[in-house]
Write a protein that binds this ligand. Structure first.
Ligand code: MRU
Length: 361
């Protein structure tokens, strides 16, 4: 099948950044203008934009836009370096679990420091920096395409009838969570484009319904065959239907392959193991954090109770009820069949070594 232009979570041109307000979907399509790092921090924190890669790109481009509009105020290279570093470090604090913003900040700061010695002209320095930050858009797009291809191939590999693949995904990992086609949903899109996809099941993803609000929106928009289930239906689904793979995204993968992703991922991985269904994590290498050895070191974000107790401002739980609302969980490496990256599909136990050798090349 052919897929038309994917939805755009981020629209950017030099000096202008617009993000699709995902809190208003699926009812309204409203773009919000992001003019400063502070605007981006708020949009990320409140989840007008969400999904690990989209958070990073939005954060980086917000600094680019603010820098562009305030360029006449800078009179030294060191003041620009200070401004950019402060903004990036501030943006990292908007949400703690996804590592992509931290990775982006490190990449930019590592680029900036040697540039200080090479470029002394403030205008040229700003232009070079803007060019560099803008590359995050294309890089994410390229990553999505490679992940889609490697992932589709891995899923097809052990299946006899490649025309009839049925998969399950969780949360939203598509165009709304990235710049391009998505990670896990990008693999599913690739299977659809290759005419290998019979059906994709996806969870509504309680408590904040990224499945029913966002993945549903994308799958309907792209006319990809789908069936939505409540999170609690996954066990029966795996017991009664043929599923060829479960495929999810990641917010942070540690050196040993443990993976933080949307709450509910862990239970899907346990179910998949029990039912002998391959369980894949699809994520760009910017989601891999080799500074953390295991998932125990990952900070799990706690979200407001209102995300559980209300839907669109309407109470769905008794007033005064006490709740626990962790936004992510950790899937241990032994439940993961493969981690699909833009460089190929790796087993959790080989991830660190592969990544280190890629960094050397
Ligand atoms: O809380 P969210 O909606 O930001 O959580 C998103 C996820 O858990 C995604 O699976 C992950 O960020 C990967 S998106 C390509």
């Amino acid at each position: 099948m052919e897929i038309d232009q994917p939805l755009k979570a981020i629209q950017y041109q030099r000096g202008s950044l617009l993000i699709l307000d995902q809190l208003k979907l699926p009812d309204e399509t409203v773009y919000i203008s992001i003019n400063t790092g502070a605007d981006a921090w708020k949009a990320i924190h409140t989840m007008s934009i969400r999904g690990a890669p989209a958070i990073a790109v939005c954060g980086v481009l917000s600094v680019a836009v603010e820098l562009y509009h305030s360029r006449s105020k800078f009179d030294s290279i060191s003041s620009i370096l200070q401004f950019v570093t402060d903004q990036l470090n501030y943006l990292i604090t908007a949400r703690p679990t996804a590592v992509n913003m931290t990775d982006a900040a490190k990449t930019i700061i590592d680029y900036l420091i040697p540039l200080n010695n090479k470029q002394q002209n403030v205008t040229l320095y700003i232009n070079e920096l803007l060019d560099f930050m803008e590359q995050f858009l294309q890089r994410d797009l390229d990553n999505n395409q490679s992940i889609g291809k490697y992932g589709a191939e891995a899923i097809r590999q052990n299946v006899k009838d490649k025309k009839k693949l049925t998969v399950l995904t969780h949360c939203n990992t598509g165009s709304l969570a990235t710049v391009g086609f998505g990670t896990a949903l990008g693999v599913i899109r690739q299977l659809a484009v290759d005419n290998n996809l019979q059906l994709t099941y996806f969870t509504e993803t309680r408590p904040y319904n990224q499945g029913s609000r966002l993945t549903a929106y994308e799958l309907v928009h792209d006319r990809i065959p789908h069936t939505m289930i409540c999170d609690s239906m996954a066990g029966l689904l795996m017991r009664t239907q043929t599923l060829h793979a479960v495929i999810v995204g990641a917010d942070r993968v540690t050196a040993n392959g443990d993976t933080a992703n949307k709450i509910g991922t862990y239970q899907l991985a346990i179910l998949a193991k029990y039912h002998e269904i391959p369980f894949y994590v699809a994520a760009p290498t910017t989601s891999i954090d080799l500074t953390k050895r295991t998932g125990n070191e990952i900070i799990i974000e706690q979200r407001p109770s209102s995300e559980m107790t209300t839907i669109k401002g309407i109470n769905i739980a008794a007033e005064g009820v006490q709740v626990w609302n962790p936004a992510f969980d950790i899937t241990p490496n032994q439940l993961i069949t493969g981690i699909i990256t833009e460089h190929g599909v790796f087993k959790p136990e080989e991830l660190e070594e592969k990544l280190i050798s890629l960094q050397r090349t």
